[in-house]
Ligand binder design. Structure first.
Ligand code: 4AD
Ligand code: MG
Length: 460
């Protein structure tokens, strides 16, 4: 049962080689005295053209094969006379491993992404989703390589947690209490009788735990699933997504931004160098000019702008925004996109946001109004990275928590990190799906994660 991957066939083999390949028929074309099967095994974008002649023992069955059938083909590789492919496989035997008939939903015609979301269990077998998920896999590996080359320690932070890191109240609850009649005290659910004897949820960020490891390993990162019960149905938000969160000790906001820029450029380079065939497809079919856009980012240095200046620029913009622009208000996607697409024309860090719109852990600036925060905005996507220097001063951190109504006792362990050997440190979070959207030109987050979880959708 030796099987050669189609990627290796097209890359390394020589005409005349005797090989066996296995995969799924993308198309079956029956001609006079010959049947052509485009066979794909997902190892690369291209499929391998299999040429079947009537001398095959089961030719009558081969002629009737449907799109989607699983086949094992043995044959000889020959130079292809057809344009656009180097080789084709002259079949000596075609084993029908699993037939598919005409009820298979992915027939030749082009389907909309909306329709394909309703068959998320089958869409990996299309060209577009094949390319998306091959790239997703490559880039996940590039993420690990980037940090490994720089000596960062990879930390697995918990998925079940008792702290709402971002303080936005978007925690999915994890409980074993009976939904219909939870134990109550004074009309409130008594979580002391829950599995963990406290209220817990799914993590919205691994940062707080990551910071604890920074105090031991200096440079760390996490890369894991992240959950937010954010009831916003946008093309950029998912209830379950993957986030990469590096954290560095003895590092300030500028060091943090420098790492974020180096990281983004590295990932652009990885996409161009390692996913060429898939990128060529996206460039042709999804976003014209994608490759030159990513090429430019891989070589550019990113702009940086103070939040205050961003607000001034937005106020002067000859555009009617849906949401108000005022110092103290958060930037909406329309503002972010205007800044990165119209004002800068490329990636831009917005730094030093008002403290009242940012999380409690960000380091307070001397002006008493802003914090050492940074968001990286990129064209088409808007915010792709959010990060900050952390408040390392115990007294200021405690005050800030009280200001935003948090109980310092609730995360006493986090405060302990400021009690003994505290040091300046900084980090950021990159949304992995937003990165994939940015690098592929795909416009909806539902189309870059295998099985999207969004409000009212968790079927597959
Ligand atoms: O800006 P956020 O909320 O920052 C944090 O969670 C920090 N704890 C990160 C850190 O400093 N270690 O989220 C970071 C990034 C966003 O910029 C965005 O790319 C992505 O995570 N993100 C989402 N992606 C998809 N769906 C959602 N609902 C997302 N929420 C955030
Ligand atoms: Mg953010």
């Amino acid at each position: 049962m030796v099987r050669t991957r189609i990627k290796d066939v097209l890359g390394d083999e020589k005409a005349g080689a005797e090989i066996t390949v296995a995969g799924w028929a993308r198309t079956v074309r029956v001609g006079k005295g010959v049947t052509f099967i485009a066979l794909s095994d997902g190892s690369c974008f291209a499929s391998l053209q299999v040429v079947c002649e009537p001398s095959l023992a089961n030719y009558a069955e081969v002629e009737k094969l449907g799109t989607g059938s699983a086949l094992r083909v043995k044959g000889t590789l020959v130079d292809s006379p057809a344009a656009g492919q180097r080789f084709e496989l002259k079949a000596e035997s075609v084993e029908i491993v699993g037939a598919a008939d005409e009820s298979f939903p992915l027939q030749k015609k082009r389907h909309s992404f909306e329709y394909l979301r309703t068959i998320a269990h089958l869409r990996p077998r299309t060209n577009t989703f094949g390319a998306v998920f091959r790239m997703r896999s490559r880039l996940a590996q590039a993420v690990h390589r980037f940090f490994s080359e720089r000596g960062f320690v990879y930390v697995h932070t918990p998925i079940i947690t008792s702290s709402d890191c971002e303080g936005a109240g978007e925690l999915f609850r994890v409980t074993t209490l009976p939904a219909e009649s939870p134990p109550l005290v004074d009309g409130e659910v008594d979580f002391s009788r829950d599995f963990f004897a406290q209220s817990t949820g799914l993590t919205v960020s691994g940062q707080l735990e990551g910071e604890l490891f920074t105090m031991a390993f200096s440079d760390i990162y996490t890369f894991g699933p992240t959950f937010r019960a954010e009831n916003s149905n946008t093309p950029r938000h998912a209830a379950e997504f993957w986030m990469i969160e590096p954290e560095m000790a003895f590092c300030d906001l500028m060091g943090d931004a420098a790492l974020a820029e180096e990281f983004m450029r590295y990932l652009c380079r990885a996409a161009l160098d390692e996913c060429g065939e898939d990128m060529a497809f996206f460039d042709q079919q999804i976003e014209k000019g994608l490759i030159s856009r990513i090429e430019a980012v891989a070589n550019a240095s990113f702009a940086m702008m103070d939040y205050g200046e961003a607000i001034e620029r937005l106020k002067k913009a000859p555009v009617a925004f849906e949401y108000p622009v005022e110092w103290g208000l958060d930037l909406q996607t329309e503002h972010e996109r205007y800044l990165t697409e119209q004002v800068v024309g490329g990636p831009v860090f917005i730094v030093n946001y008002p403290k009242f719109i940012k999380a409690f852990y960000m380091r307070q600036n001397d002006d008493d109004k802003t914090v050492a925060a940074m968001d990286l905005l990129v064209p088409r996507v808007g915010e792709i990275i959010g990060g900050s220097q952390r408040e390392e001063r115990l007294d200021l951190l405690t005050l800030r928590m009280e200001e935003v109504g948090m109980d310092p006792d609730g995360i006493w362990w986090y405060l302990d990190s400021r009690r003994w050997g505290s040091c300046p440190h900084a980090g950021f979070g990159l949304g992995f799906e937003r990165l994939i959207m940015y690098l592929t030109g795909m416009e909806n987050i539902r189309d870059v994660i295998p099985f999207p979880r969004t409000p009212r959708h968790a079927e597959f």
